[in-house]
Design a protein around this ligand. Sequence first.
Ligand SMILES: Nc1ncnc2c1ncn2[C@@H]1O[C@H](COP(=O)(O)OP(=O)(O)OP(=O)(O)O)[C@@H](O)[C@H]1O
Ligand SMILES: [Mg+2]
Length: 294
Amino acid sequence: MLSCVYPLFVRILTKRILSVFGESSPYISRKNTMKIITLINEKGGVGKTTIAVHVAAGLAIRGYKVIIADADPQGHATLCLGLKKEPGLYDLLVRSAPFRDVLRAVPPERYAPPGHPIKGQLYVVPSNVETRSIPIQISDAFAVADRFKELEGVVDVVIFDTSPTPSLLHGSIYLATDAILYPTKCEFLSFDGLVESFNHRQMIQPTRERYGLSELKVMGIIPTMFRTSTLVHQENLNKLRAKYGNLVWPEMYMRTVWAEASTVGRLVFSFAPDSSASRDMWTIVDRVEMELAL
Ligand SMILES: Nc1ncnc2c1ncn2[C@@H]1O[C@H](COP(=O)(O)OP(=O)(O)OP(=O)(O)O)[C@@H](O)[C@H]1O
Ligand SMILES: [Mg+2]
C-alpha cells in the first residue's frame, strides 16, 4: 500500500517545490542526486563565508541549481549576496515554513561576470540573529537533513555557511552533510579551530553510522589569506601538507579585492572577473565540481 502512495507523495512534494521557481522555469536538477557541502572552521575570519558564497555562485554560473543556506546568526552570506538579513533558516526549521516562502533568488549581476549568460540558478536561505535560537527550539537532530531532503531531485548542490562558534545546529548540519570544506589561515589559532572542527566531525561519526549514513567526508582543507612573503605562513603551510597530505588544496592568496567586492554587495566574479583573486576562486570551484563528480 505504502509503495503505491509513495510516488504520488513524491510528485506532490516536487510540484510544491517547483512552484518556488515559477511556472516559466521548470526547475529540475541536472543529475537527480543532490549534494550538501558545509564550510566549517571553529575559528572566526578564516574565509568560510567568502568561499561558501563564491563556490555556490561559481557552480550556478556553470549551470547548476544551487542553494546557499546561511546558518550563521551574523547573516554574512546573506549580506555578501546583497540580500537583507531575515529569519529564513529559523522559519524553515522552527516554524516549518515551506521552501517557497524562505528562498530568495540572487540576481545574476551580483555574482556573475557582466554579460555572462547564466545557465544555473542561485538561491539563498537567509539568516539573521534568530538563527542563534534554533538549537533551543528544535529537538530533532535530523531536522536539517529532513527539511533539505525535500529538495532532492530539484536542486544540485546545497552549501551551508556556518558560524565559528560550535552549537547543536552544527550537529544537525553534520547529519545532513555529504562533505566538509575547511578553510584555514596558515596561523596557529586557525589551526586550533581546524583541529577542534575535525574532532567534532569525528564525534558525529558513530551517530551517522547508527542511522546508516556513510562516513562524513572531508572534501578538502583550503589555506586562505596566504602571504608568500610571510615566513610563518610558509612554515605552517608545510606543516599542514605534512599532516593532511592531498587533502590540502591550492592556497588562496591574500588580496584586498575580496573586501572591496563585499563592500558593494557583489562577488569577485562580478566585481573583478579578471583579477587573480577571481582566478584563485575558479580553481576552487573546479576542484569542488570534480570532487562532487557533478
Ligand atoms: N583571500 C583573501 N584575501 C584577503 N581577504 C580575504 C580573503 N578571503 C576573505 N577575505 C576577507 O576576510 C574577511 C573574513 O572573511 P570571511 O567573512 O569569509 O570569514 P569567515 O570565516 O566566514 O568569518 P566568520 O567566522 O566571522 O564567519 C572578509 O572581510 C573577507 O572579505
Ligand atoms: Mg562567515
